[in-house]
Ligand binder design. Sequence first.
Ligand SMILES: CC(=O)NCCS(=O)(=O)O
Length: 349
Amino acid sequence: MSSLSGKVQTVLGPIHPEQLGRTLTHEHLSMTFECCYCPPPAHQGTLSDAPILMKNLFWVKQNPYSNKENLLLSQEIEAITEEIMIFKAAGGGSIVENTTTGISRDIKMLKKMAEKTGVNIISGAGFYVDATHSSSTRSMTVEQLTEVLVNEVLQGADGTNIKCGIIGEIGCSWPLTESEKKVLQATAEAQSQLGCPVNIHPGRNSDAPFHIIQILQEAGADISKTVMSHLDRTIFDETKLLEFAKLGSYLEYDLFGTEMLNYQFNQAVDMPSDNDRIKMLRLLINEGYEDRIVVSHDIHTKNRLLKYGGHGYSHILNNIVPKMLVRGISQQCVDKILLENPKQWLTFK
Ligand SMILES: CC(=O)NCCS(=O)(=O)O
């Protein structure tokens, strides 16, 4: 048990869990995503270097990873700070910022944003997918990786004394690479030492979340304090989803606001709509998993900001919650998803 037991660790220091309020469990407030650039088809090539304008905004929305400027969320600090205030005005209290090493975590900036807005920000420790691992990360042993993770939570990240409050999002590809497997094992070990919350980004295959849970379990992780992210683009079959739910992790639907024809990272996938996501939430609730659901937008490109005609960080509170109520999800259940479940997850054991 660590000194953080019973507390939530924000970038401004530990807080009592009751101070969290409505919480988005998977967002990015400053990051870069050049690692995932997808070249556009040859006849649309010029659009990759174009500034984002009204006349190409629909194209950017459909091809978010093909416009280079769109991948630089870190350029939008002022707009994002304003949009956090809009989230606050809509009733939001806390944001978990899942940017890890490899996609330009800026923990000093997160601290400034928390100070300026009064919204609690919880920063993530660890490493994104293998494609962003440095050669030094790849050469580390599980013990060395564990030490990095523990230090980011207990001492501070990126040469600062600003501390992370979760481990994640831990990036996994499909198939999982050796380096990613070591990071998962280190995550389990660090979690056993710290009693901390964990968030996993699974590879894009419906078997990936199962495989990851098995590795974490074998390495001694507490699955009940682990969030499996991006289920909306990963498990589509209802029977398989319920099979996964039995494993006991938190089930995160975190791409609210993302509606597109082609999912650029996996053409085999039809990206669900927000209504489809709500249907999946209802299924899980009806099957008794309301204590395990968390939701977010995972904003990681510019086009999803209000500034660029996107939905912003307040979409769930302003638009999704009312639709959940219309579709028969009770207010009590909505409160579990936005208040109680994040609180339970984020509190150190
Ligand atoms: C930042 C990040 O990893 N977002 C997830 C994008 S994905 O399309 O759901 O993999």
